[in-house]
Design a binder for this molecule. Sequence first.
Ligand code: HEM
Ligand code: HEM
Length: 223
Amino acid sequence: MTTDSPAGPSSRALIWDGAIRLFHWSSVALVALAWWSAENGHMDWHRRFGLTMLGLVVFRLYWGFAGTQPARFAQFVKGPGAIAAYIRKMKRPYNPAPGHNPLGALSVLALIAALVLQVSAGLFAVDVDGLESGPLSHLVSFDQGRAAAEFHETIFNILIALIVLHVAALVFYRVRLNTNLVSAMITGRRANSEPGHVGPFPLVRFAIGIVLAGAVVTLVLQI
Ligand code: HEM
Ligand code: HEM
């Protein structure tokens, strides 16, 4: 994977590393597949997609501390003052700094939290006849498993609302601020931007993250 250019605006500066982009588009596919498989009663597939999503969220949480600068929570989680200052600057001509902006960071955190809750509840969920259950449902009573299933359904509705808001925000940036955020999440690069301080891709830390994610999924299946 590529490195960014030296400091200063560059015609195609790298602002997102490959791991974030892979996490993002895999999450989009897996949420859709998990919904489709649950709606159509393919629960074996639902658990497979859900467990893959579990691995992804474990990886993303780890990458928020060990990943490249734009991926780190400490880099983009800001207080109310920074958020208010950012909102005052949201007008044309808009030239965003690389990375999540202080307002968008709230949506990023909410989406990641919703994904964490979604997969966690799924692990303990029990369906009405007790036949189709998550891999950790044997650790809880039937009633607790049913409560987890109901929470799983509620959080799914919240997740959908957050996704609608997320996509609406992207449309707002495109239409009102003339800024296409989506192409950068695909290619990792943005035209005429400051570099995102992505640096050389940390392959060893990436490998550790993959092993960690795999280990958590394996552990869940072994318990
Ligand atoms: C991307 C993550 C996930 C999404 C979007 C998702 C979504 C859903 C949806 C929409 C339903 C149907 C809810 C209903 O109308 O009753 C469902 C049911 C269920 N899911 Fe997930 N799920 C995810 C992850 C998981 C995981 C990780 C597991 C466990 C390995 C799991 C286990 C279950 C079970 C057992 C049910 C049946 C519950 C019932 O019948 O009441 N899900 N899920
Ligand atoms: C299941 C649906 C979706 C989920 C769960 C989701 C989740 C997320 C998350 C967690 C992030 C933060 C990325 C990170 O730091 O790891 C993010 C950012 C982003 N997403 Fe999505 N997303 C979804 C759908 C979409 C769609 C459909 C698009 C494009 C049409 C999109 C475009 C983007 C872009 C451009 C960013 C970066 C925003 C920025 O520049 O700060 N997402 N999304």
